[in-house]
Design a protein around this ligand. Structure first.
Ligand code: BGC
Length: 328
């Protein structure tokens, strides 16, 4: 009788053991599946994707407009946007910020290309780690970036050339200040500008130098250029603060007869156009660049196909249309 009782207890314990054992296996499998799902869930499925926007100079007025456009789009599309950039233009600093964004596995990067050799390998590294990169303002066409958003810079250079041709009379020597000598956008602007000037033998470009996108440097470089080439009577600047710097140099040297042409619509440039100190400027749409870059990133992250090139508008502003209001 006692033996039968023990047999029933043992069978009961065995059944209990089997139940616990299989329950354990089932729960373990369920857990593994959940972990796997979380691991392979695309990062963009999280609620607020983290996108980093790296500027050329953090507090430059042109880049602040790009930031404003990006933040507006981020608000509309529930994006967590991080605006960053060096205090002064520096390829090394920008490269470090790009490396940091890749290491922190952000959901997307928006960056300008300041130098092919430095940026193309890093952009490709981000892509190989599944971090989409959109170039803004200056493209990196040899990289695997998913898209470029910004001005068609060759055309913008041509537009500047035509603005000069139509507003300058007689034989003239021209001095050119470009932003940076390595970046794709400045290279293309200069090429576009020279291609138009070359069709007009009465116009000669006698000197080209770079301002490092600093208004002080633009002024110093312009002053040196004007001392070295006293025959220069037209000066052009191809980045946002160059014309203002040239204007300072012209005032210092009392050479107010020099005709100045610039780029972009920062406040001082617009004031100088109203006062007649700057003849005309080629205006880009930095706010639209920032907005569109974020919007395109959102489209890409949600699986939509996006085009590789998105050119934003450009226009010439001079004394005739300067009153019509400015870009954001
Ligand atoms: C250029 C930017 C540059 C800015 C500097 C703009 O014209 O498109 O690349 O950073 O000027 O002031």
């Amino acid at each position: 009788m006692a033996q039968k009782k023990w047999t029933i207890i043992l069978i009961g314990l065995f059944v209990l053991f089997l139940y616990v054992f299989f329950y354990f296996i089932i729960v373990t499998q369920q857990l593994e599946r959940t972990v796997a799902r979380l691991q392979y869930q695309p990062k963009h499925m999280s609620q607020y994707p983290h996108i980093v926007l790296i500027s050329q100079v953090f507090d430059n007025p042109y880049w602040r407009k790009i930031e404003n456009g990006a933040k507006e789009a981020a608000k509309q599309y529930n994006i967590n946007i991080e605006y960053t950039g060096p205090l002064q233009t520096s390829i090394d600093e920008q490269v470090k910020l790009l490396e940091k964004a890749i290491a922190s596995r952000v959901d997307g990067i928006i960056v300008q290309n300041l130098k092919d050799e430095a940026f193309t390998p890093l952009i490709d590294k981000a892509i190989s780690r599944n971090i989409p990169v959109i170039t803004i303002d200056a493209d990196a066409p040899k990289s695997r970036r998913i898209a470029y958003v910004g001005t068609n810079n060759f055309e913008a250079g041509q537009l500047l050339g035509r603005a000069v041709v139509s507003r300058v009379e007689g034989e003239r020597a021209i001095g050119v200040i470009i932003g940076t000598d390595t970046s794709e956008n400045q290279r293309l602007r200069l090429q576009g500008f020279l291609s138009v000037i070359a069709e007009h033998p009465r116009l000669q470009v006698v000197s080209v130098t770079s301002s490092n996108i600093s208004r002080i440097q633009a002024s110093i470089q312009a002053e040196q250029m004007l001392r070295k080439h006293p025959n220069i009577s037209v000066m052009v600047g191809t980045s946002a603060l160059d014309a203002i710097g040239i204007r300072m140099a012209v005032k210092n040297l009392h050479r107010e007869n020099i005709q100045i042409f610039g780029f972009d619509d920062v406040e001082e440039t617009m004031e100088a156009i109203k006062e007649g100190d700057i003849v005309a400027t080629v205006v880009q749409k930095p706010y639209d660049m920032g907005y569109s870059a974020v919007k395109l990133m959102v489209d890409h992250l949600s699986g939509k196909q996006i085009d590789k090139e998105h050119f934003t508008a450009i226009e010439v502003i001079d004394r005739q249309n300067v009153q019509q209001g400015r870009n954001k």
